[in-house]
Design a protein around this ligand. Structure first.
Ligand code: ADP
Ligand code: TRP
Length: 321
């Protein structure tokens, strides 16, 4: 079984990225042959600062390795180190109906907000389909917001197979219900684009301040809070605290006598401890850039070796060869 997922270097990674995609991806490393990549080509649709892209790409590499991606088990690479993906993207684009792309959430959301939309953003799902199909991927672990993209990939692959004969494996998205949508500090989906994130490796003081600043309702500590399960700090606490701790604090809120200040303090402490070991590993990796570059170079070589014959298959099927 082949497992594949990617993450854009479009900003600093947060708890939504971690619980929605990175942790499931790390856990799946033992279940099959895993390929994980940094989607730097994709980041070009929304980030136009070259130095920033370079920095973000490096940070994503450190973050992912620190969070448990093991290069002995998985192939870890930079998307643009396998430029074959852009050729496959072209082949696929010629069988992708405009009407399919017009339904794309990320394109629709941005144009609705009046953000100027470039062709790359419109065609984003085609490049993502190429990412997935280029490696005969079976399983794609992602957060819920990416489900539509994987469904589009399936549609495009089916269309290609019908037109040119069996060529591509049809992939399945894998979405964990419990972490499908991690809420941000304003209650919306946590996202780099909404400025509502808690970073995985946030600076201590700033993150404490951010968490203590989460707005809550005006009930006093003494008042019982029967709706405590809906509280976003409780939801985040359940993710970062050891099993049972979140439920226990939820109970104390329900009973009354436990205030929001205490809740937020607990959230910060458990957040900080949850990532303590990873924070240490990240510092070690940052001090060893040769190792990290070596991992990415080796990953790219392995990924290319898988990709080339699959691209050839598509070229032959479509009459380019
Ligand atoms: P962002 O919305 O912050 O730009 P990305 O689109 O780069 O995040 O997402 C990278 C990965 O993290 C994807 O698999 C996505 O589904 C997952 N993800 C992002 N935000 C969340 C969230 N709030 N809850 C669960 N998963 C998320
Ligand atoms: N679009 C994904 C995101 O924003 C990143 C991505 C690019 C991806 N190519 C992929 C995810 C292929 C899974 C498979 O999160």
């Amino acid at each position: 079984m082949r497992i594949l997922s990617g993450i854009q270097p479009s900003g600093t990674l947060h708890l939504g990225n971690y619980f929605g995609m990175m942790r499931p991806a790390v856990e799946l490393q033992d279940k099959g042959e895993a390929l994980y990549f940094i989607a730097d080509y994709h980041s070009m649709t929304s980030l136009f600062d070259a130095a920033q892209r370079r920095k973000n790409t490096w940070d994503v590499a450190l973050d992912f390795l620190a969070c448990g991606l093991d290069p002995k088990k998985s192939i870890f690479f930079r998307q643009s180190d396998v430029p074959e993906v852009t050729e496959l993207s072209w082949l696929l684009s010629t069988l992708t109906p405009m009407s399919l792309l017009e339904k794309g959430h990320s394109f629709k959301d941005k144009s609705a907000k009046g953000i100027p939309v470039n062709h790359g953003l419109f065609a984003y799902p085609v490049l993502m389909a190429a990412d997935i199909l280029l490696y005969d991927s079976n399983i794609v672990p992602v957060g819920k917001d990416q489900k539509q993209h994987v469904e589009m990939t399936r549609d495009i692959a089916i269309k290609f197979n019908e037109q040119y004969g069996p060529t591509f494996v049809i992939p399945e998205p894998q979405i964990r219900e419990e972490t499908a949508l991690v809420p941000g500090i304003d209650g919306q989906k946590m996202s780099k684009s909404y400025g509502n994130t808690i970073e995985i490796f946030g600076e201590e003081k700033a993150t404490r301040k951010k968490i203590m600043g989460i707005t809550m309702d005006s009930r006093t500590p003494a008042e019982p809070k029967p709706d405590a399960d809906k509280n976003l700090a409780v939801q985040l606490l359940k993710l970062v605290a050891p099993a049972g701790v979140g439920a226990e604090i939820e109970e104390r809120l329900r009973a009354g006598g436990f205030g929001y200040g205490d809740l937020k303090k607990a959230l910060f402490e458990h957040y900080w401890n949850h990532f303590a070991a990873a924070r240490q590993r990240r510092a070690e990796l940052a001090a060893n850039p040769d190792y990290v570059n070596g991992v990415l170079a080796e990953g790219a070589a392995k990924a290319r070796a898988i990709a080339r014959p699959i691209l050839k298959r598509a070229r032959q099927a479509s009459g380019l060869e």
